[in-house]
Design a protein around this ligand. Structure first.
Ligand SMILES: [Fe+2]
Ligand SMILES: [Fe+2]
Length: 133
């Protein structure tokens, strides 16, 4: 399961790892709600988690960018652009509470997180780790 933290996701920077672990947690919580087979509708809870995800995203990207600035990281602009792209995608997730769309919203959120983990953390974030460490 992609939302289980594994050492291969570690940057070796304690605070960054802590924040990335939070992303895994949010992903896991959304996944668990989305796959519950209790006959209940958990859409409202998923939307609440999406709210947390938005707050977390802002906080984490801000933290990372400040850190990269502090170390005069040469790929800062590139990295910021990737962050902006993720924020844009997140804003674009259409959360209209229409029954037929619920599944799509949930899949969009999960897809967003999986993409962030597999392409951004293992890609762009891994590129700065040795400079900051
Ligand atoms: Fe990150
Ligand atoms: Fe990043």
């Amino acid at each position: 399961m992609i939302f289980n933290w594994k050492d291969r996701f570690s940057t070796g920077i304690e605070e960054i790892d802590k924040q990335h672990k939070r992303l895994f947690e949010i992903g896991g919580e959304i996944y668990n709600l989305a796959t519950l087979k209790d006959g209940q509708d958990h859409y409202d809870e998923i939307i609440a988690l999406l709210g947390h995800l938005k707050e977390y995203t802002e906080y984490h990207f801000g933290y990372e960018e400040e850190l990269m600035e502090k170390y005069n990281y040469n790929k800062l602009e590139e990295h910021k652009q990737q962050h902006e792209m993720f924020v844009k995608k997140l804003v674009e997730i259409d959360t209209q509470d229409i029954d037929s769309k619920q599944k799509k919203v949930i899949l969009d959120i999960l897809d967003f997180i999986v993409n962030w983990i597999s392409s951004h953390i293992l890609g762009a974030d891994f590129q700065y780790k040795d400079i900051i460490k």
